[in-house]
Design a protein around this ligand. Structure first.
Ligand code: AMP
Ligand code: MG
Length: 429
């Protein structure tokens, strides 16, 4: 069933999976890179493996505020396999503070006061938390010598990351934690893939730009802005080409111009059956375009192609017009493709199972994406309900939702109490 299909001799009907795979197969990841300072890294994709130049932590150090001690060797008492407890008293010979340390070597039976992160003095072989120690007249006394063991509360040099080991792999999209790790390794800049250059426009004679009065029979342009938000999330360099009227010449001009200096051109509207012939002829003049009918709801019409010639080629994604359909098809089809194109090594989603709290309609042979609200019920079970009315123009349904509910092709619908897969927005947007 999951045979791959070419983007340009696609059958009239395609499943979402087939469509997604066909797009992924077309993507040749960008390899051009640039240097990016550590401050600007979030959202960028690493262009090379990062090998740790240092041990993390750099020195063996204390994980607690307390006392570093040189415990004596414990010898089993004669004829007894059980070790003796450690002595309870140690001579206090100094202190080791974070950023400073203690220069001398601890002899057996000696201790120093130590703070979290301070290098462990040589000779010390355990750290006891200060809460379990009494201090008096140059000595410390352990409250529970039987509870002390070698290497307690010690972070070994290189235990988080050893020098020379792989810290982050090529194709990783950087989030705060990666940014912090790179900083902890001493990097001030790293090589990243250059951002995707994406041109964006809306189509439709009824579509009006923001900031203008709304004439009769018109609607404000929504899609350019949801798409900008989604593309910003992928750190794309966006060129906003505005609204293109339903007119062959303007469309041809816009597409051929956009193809010259962009990796990708994205449009919304104008790909449904009613419009397809006119758009088809326009697109045929500027490139190679496949029109798809996907077994997806919301969505269904979708166009994909290559615009322009040779060096100036750009990929084209023609999304449907309805605002929810735009978001769903972008997230399910365009986003994985763009992530692969941008050099990212991971573009798969990780859907999770939840129990449906209500009956959800779908049709066999079609993947339905309902807008859902997941939560955890009183018994700790992950449950999900829809946002109510699921019309493909109702953007409010996306606003109220925190996930998409995926009802696959083979299922006719979901009954209340059945398991269903959800895609949390945190994984999607
Ligand atoms: P179309 O695919 O062009 O026939 O559009 C399908 C529906 O989506 C129509 O109701 C359009 O008015 C609406 N639509 C198309 N483009 C936009 C847009 N940019 N913003 C909001 N609605 C749109
Ligand atoms: Mg239209």
């Amino acid at each position: 069933m999951n045979q791959s299909i070419s983007c340009f001799d696609a059958p009239a009907q395609m499943s979402v999976e087939q469509g997604k795979q066909a797009l992924l197969d077309e993507m040749q990841p960008i390899t051009e890179h640039q240097f990016c300072s550590i401050e600007q890294l979030v959202g960028k994709v690493l262009a090379e493996d990062i090998i740790s130049p240092v041990n993390v932590p750099a020195q063996t150090n204390s994980a607690m505020d307390g006392f570093a001690i040189h415990l004596p060797n414990r010898k089993p008492s004669l004829g007894n396999e059980i070790s003796l407890p450690y002595p309870s008293e140690y001579k206090l010979v100094g202190q080791a503070l974070a950023g400073h340390g203690f220069d001398a070597e601890l002899a057996e039976g000696e201790a120093v006061m130590i703070t979290t992160g301070a290098p462990l003095p040589s000779g010390a072989n355990t750290v006891v938390m200060k809460e379990f120690v009494n201090v008096a007249e140059g000595f410390i006394k352990l409250q529970r010598p039987d509870a002390v063991a070698l290497n307690d509360n010690i972070r070994q040099a290189g235990e988080d990351l050893a020098q020379g080991s792989l810290a982050l792999s090529k194709g990783t999209r950087i989030f705060a934690q990666h940014q912090g790790l790179l900083a902890s390794l001493g990097f001030s800049e790293v090589k990243v893939i250059r951002p995707l250059k994406v041109a964006l426009f809306s189509t439709g004679d009824e579509v009006v730009a923001r900031g203008q009065p709304l004439p009769k029979n018109s609607i404000y342009d929504t899609n350019r802005f949801t798409l900008q938000g989604l593309l910003n999330g992928l750190q794309c360099d966006i060129t906003d080409l505005g609204i293109i009227q339903d007119d062959e010449t303007s469309l041809v001009n816009t597409l051929s111009k956009a193809a010259e200096n962009h990796d990708v051109v994205i449009s919304s509207g104008g790909v449904s059956v009613g419009d397809a012939d006119y758009i088809k002829s326009a697109l045929a003049q500027v490139g190679e375009i496949g029109f798809w009918r996907l077994n997806i709801r919301p969505g269904r019409p979708f166009a994909f192609g290559r615009l322009g010639k040779d060096e100036q080629k750009a990929l084209f994604f023609g999304l449907p017009g309805n605002p929810v359909a735009v978001m769903v098809t972008f997230l399910q089809l365009a986003q994985p493709a763009l992530r692969k194109l941008a050099g990212e090594s991971r573009w798969q989603l990780t859907p999770i199972p939840a129990l449906a709290q209500e009956t959800m309609r779908s049709r066999q042979g079609r993947t339905d994406f309902h807008r859902g609200i997941f939560s955890v019920d009183a018994s700790g079970q992950l449950v999900v309900r829809t946002t109510g009315s699921q019309g493909s123009g109702i953007l409010r349904s996306m606003v109220e939702a925190n996930c998409l509910i995926e009802i696959p092709d083979e299922q006719q619908g979901i009954r209340a109490g059945e398991k269903v897969m959800i895609q949390p927005f945190s994984d999607l947007i």
